[in-house]
Design a protein around this ligand. Structure first.
Ligand code: ADP
Length: 585
């Protein structure tokens, strides 16, 4: 539209300028023509002739008219142009080529000038007529004025015709300009429109099409550059996309939690590990305070370079270590990045290690204090003591040393189990029934002393299991001795064994004190005892079941406890039998 309008405006301006110039030229030509015609007629000699005629004639006006009549061809008299003879003193029309002038003639500036004795030949371009007026013997109050007057009508008609031709030409030209302009602008706008469509498609992420190059002009060059640019853009976007995908995978699967906040404290990114650690998922617009409701930041935990702040944070029974660092994009600060480490396991291990060391120290200190106390008393008052007391004291020292030895032995076993130093000969297979029988026999003496009957309900033999004989024996000893220890006179201990689904099952049931329900879950913990005093009195270390569990699990089996306080306890172990392939191997 703009292009068409410009073309039309240019065309109208050109025609207007040309038209004005032409009309001006025609007017000037007419005036010049008129004046040169008049100069050619009214020569000084002709004027002299006129003057002589005037002074000698009886009716000068008619005489003058007669002479001018004879020249009417040269003067160009026609219906628009006429000559006249005026009375110089009054300006009255006396004679002429057109008598109607007698009523219509008005005195023109040229005539007035002639009445004063001067030639009047000024022609105004914009006046209503052209005229010349020549004084003939004009002295004060006498003489005549001859002149020619043209109404300019012919010139006006010519100019009007010219004007209408120009207007028609203009209308036609506008029509042609509109049509031509339309097609011309089409050739420019079509490739631009295509480029625009292409740009819109690229903005929507569709790089599949290329804009066609129609000509090797500026627009063609622009199209080519545009195509090259879109190719480069596509490559760059693909590279960025690949990088983003890599980072995304890393971000999604990394073990550490990452949460990024913008400068207003809204979540920008959060990875699944972070949501898992914090125990819930968050809306995209969640704020810092929603994620870390009571995280206390302390400047003292800032690292030396001031790059991050470290804080400990617990949520949902998890211990987290949070590192907060400013998130920089370029030089601008665009938020805060929080990295979360789950240190729950580490903390738990740390706590249990501390607890273990404390327990071990305590367990060792008690017998040592007793040994020291009794030996000191023995040394100080050896002579004053009777033999029986000495013997009793030494017996106590002996049993304390014995307890310490057992404790150290148990600790060594546990540490071997912890470090995986327990080795099993791959060819060694054992029969759990035989182990149970020999254990029952070994313990029988002690049991009898306590008034407890141990009974075996065992098959002749059980399917072999792969394992370490001594260790498995230790498991059974620990379980059976507990059943005897935590029993009362008249109590019973029964050993049962059977096979189920390629598993050997051994149960030791007693009629002892039983274990309170709330303690059952903890009796496999190291040093955990339900009744500390009783355990110690019975020479227990608090490690028996822990060791049993470790060994059974090392052999791929399970251990479980069912107990009722005051009624008795049944401990069951299950161990896998040697498979067909193993036995053939
Ligand atoms: P301890 O050396 O003290 O016997 P254990 O690890 O063998 O240590 O057992 C842990 C605790 O479990 C014991 O102190 C005791 O309180 C309880 N317990 C184990 N076996 C029995 C049982 N058969 N009857 C009752 N309580 C038992």
């Amino acid at each position: 539209m703009k292009l068409v309008l410009i073309i039309v405006l240019i065309m109208i301006s050109v025609i207007a300028v040309v038209g004005t110039y032409m009309i001006n030229s025609v007017t000037s030509y007419n005036i010049d023509n008129f004046l040169s015609q008049m100069n050619a007629v009214f020569t000084p000699e002709f004027i002299l002739t006129l003057e002589e005629t005037e002074s000698s004639a009886a009716d000068p006006a008619q005489e003058l008219r007669g002479i001018l009549e004879a020249y009417s061809g040269s003067i160009g008299v026609d219906s628009y142009r006429s000559f006249y003879v005026l009375d110089a003193s009054t300006g009255r029309y006396l004679a002429g080529s057109d008598d109607s002038l007698s009523t219509t003639l008005e005195l023109t500036p040229n005539m007035l000038r002639a009445m004063e004795g001067q030639v009047g030949d000024d022609v105004e371009r914009l006046g209503r007529y052209f005229d010349v007026a020549i004084p003939i013997n004009v002295q004060s109050g006498e003489g005549y004025i001859v002149g020619v007057m043209d109404t300019k009508q012919e010139l006006d008609e010519t100019n009007w015709n010219l004007f209408t031709i120009l207007i028609r030409a203009m209308l036609f030209g506008v029509l042609v300009a509109v049509v031509l302009g339309f097609f011309l602008s089409k050739t420019i706008t079509t490739p631009i429109e295509r480029l625009t469509d292409q740009a819109i498609q690229i903005a929507q992420g569709d790089f599949s099409q290329k804009a066609e190059v129609y000509a090797q002009d500026e627009i063609g060059e622009l199209t080519q550059t545009f195509n090259e640019m879109s190719g480069i853009l596509q490559d760059n976007l693909r590279t960025i996309e690949d990088e983003r995908a890599k980072l995304d995978t890393l971000f999604t699967h990394m073990a550490d939690g990452v949460v990024a906040f913008d400068t207003k404290g809204h979540i920008m990114h959060i990875n699944p590990a972070a949501e898992d650690m914090l125990g819930r998922s968050f809306w995209p617009q969640a704020r810092y305070n929603d994620v870390f409701p009571d995280l206390e930041l302390d400047k003292s935990t800032m690292d030396e370079d001031g790059k991050f702040i470290r804080a400990d944070y617990s949520v949902n029974k998890r211990s987290l270590q949070v590192f907060l660092a400013p998130l920089k994009i370029g030089d601008a600060n665009s938020g805060v990045m929080a990295v979360l480490h789950d240190i729950t396991q580490q903390k738990r291990l740390d706590d249990s290690r501390k607890e273990f060391v404390a327990n071990v120290s305590h367990e060792l200190r008690t017998p040592l204090t007793n040994i020291k106390g009794y030996t000191e008393t023995l040394m100080d008052a050896f002579d004053e003591m009777d033999a029986e007391t000495r013997h009793r004291f030494l017996g106590i020292v002996y049993s304390e040393v014995d307890r310490m030895t057992r404790l150290v032995k148990d600790l060594l076993t546990l540490s071997r189990l912890d470090y995986g130093r327990l080795e099993v000969d791959p060819d060694s297979t054992v029969d759990l029934a035989a182990i149970a029988r020999s254990t029952a026999a070994a313990i029988d003496m002690d049991a009898r002393k306590q008034g407890v009957t141990v009974t075996c309900h065992l098959p002749e033999r059980l399917s072999p299991i792969r394992g370490d004989r001594d260790r498995l024996q230790q498991v059974v000893v620990n379980i059976v001795s507990n059943a005897v220890k935590y029993n009362q006179p008249g109590g019973k201990v029964d050993l049962y064994a059977s096979e189920r689904d390629r598993q050997v099952v051994l149960s030791v049931a007693d009629t002892g004190f039983g274990i309170p329900e709330e303690d059952i879950g903890r009796i496999f913990e190291r040093f955990y005892r339900v009744d500390k005093a009783r355990s110690r009195e019975k020479g227990g270390t608090g490690l028996g079941l822990a060791i049993a569990k470790e060994i059974v699990e090392f052999h791929g089996g399970t251990i479980s406890v069912v107990s009722k306080e005051g009624k008795g306890t049944t401990v069951t172990i299950t161990l896998p039998c040697v498979t067909e392939e193993q036995s053939h191997a």
